[in-house]
Design a protein. Structure first.
Length: 327
């Protein structure tokens, strides 16, 4: 459904060339739900805008929904849906009118646009809202309307840019169900960007990680987390027992990255549940009592920290602010 090779984009910023995207290779198969993740300034937004024809690549090639990106961008637009982060509906317009207009812009007849809009309203829990002004909708309803606008022409591939940003937990969970249904019930290929790591972990078959303009990792969430060096074990003890506990932790089979805090000793092992009996027996034999004990499996945030030296939530300035936002 998407194939890109050597996709690159260079901008001019403050009189110098900035490589926002540097030779991205990626593949998305039909029917996949793929997450596209990266820290601020990594090139995520620029790559998304190239794939959706909003900006042209400086070099490289790509086919999107079976159409060559460079030679037929209009053909690409006909075959994809795009749901931007900021939404696309006119606040004063009525819900039904906006969906009908979007359908007409894609070449549907008025009757077909209305039928398609009614079907999407049922699918996305928007039934009965066709006469409501968009500005009166809740945040969750607006995002579901945005998705309806992106699906009205029945594309096989839809790009969702930060679909649950700023939604409350209940609305996020509701929208997750609808996103899953796009693929599971209707066979739609979904290319999703998000800053919510739990969202990518829960929804995506596969995750692509971009940093410094290049893909640095890809795989299922489980496979990516397996690349991090094991589970984190944290044991709380009295300050007087920290030194001895650190020594014991260092001898646990497979222990790595042993670190001592004010009241805890932490280390990583391939399997935390296997290491606990050995650790507790050794502590008990040394007469050391524990005040707390925690085993934490790797998260996607750990993956980011391992791959990029920062977490996805780091609030840093983009590498090329004018380029990546204004393009």
């Amino acid at each position: 459904m998407i194939e890109a090779r050597g996709l690159a984009r260079t901008f001019r910023a403050r009189g110098r060339a900035v490589e926002a995207v540097r030779g991205v290779d990626l593949d998305v198969e039909a029917g996949e739900l793929v997450g596209f993740l990266g820290p601020n300034g990594a090139g995520k937004t620029t790559t998304l805008r190239m794939l959706t024809t909003l900006i042209a690549p400086t070099s490289g090639r790509a086919t999107v929904a079976g159409i060559d990106l460079a030679s037929d961008p209009v053909g690409v637009r006909r075959r994809i849906g795009y749901v931007p982060q900021g939404g696309g509906g006119l606040p004063e317009a009525r819900v039904g009118e906006e969906v009908e207009l979007q359908g007409r812009l894609y070449g549907l007849s008025k009757a077909d646009a209305r039928r398609r809009g009614a079907a999407l309203a049922e699918r996305l829990d928007l039934a009965g809202l066709d006469q409501r002004p968009i500005k009166t909708l809740s945040g969750g309803q607006r995002r579901r309307l945005d998705i309806a606008l992106g699906l009205v022409h029945d594309p096989g591939l839809v790009f969702l840019d930060e679909p649950t940003a700023a939604l409350d937990p209940q609305s996020r969970a509701n929208l997750w169900a609808h996103i899953r249904a796009l693929r599971a019930d209707h066979g739609t290929t979904v290319f999703l960007t998000t800053h919510y790591l739990d969202e990518a972990d829960s929804l995506c078959d596969r995750v692509l990680v971009i940093d410094n303009g290049a893909i640095v990792a890809q795989g299922s969430p489980a496979a990516l987390k397996a690349q991090v060096s094991g589970d984190l074990v944290a044991v709380g003890v009295a300050p007087s027992d920290l030194v001895k506990t650190t020594e014991i932790a260092s001898r646990v089979a497979g222990a790595d990255e042993v670190a001592t805090g004010e009241h805890t000793v932490e280390f990583r092992v391939p399997r935390g549940d296997d290491a606990l009996p050995e650790l507790l027996r050794a502590l008990d034999g040394a007469g050391i009592g524990t005040t707390s004990l925690r085993v934490q499996q790797p998260t996607l945030d750990d993956v980011f920290l391992t791959l990029t030296g920062r977490t996805l939530r780091d609030a840093e300035q983009p590498t090329a602010p004018e380029a990546d936002r204004a393009a």
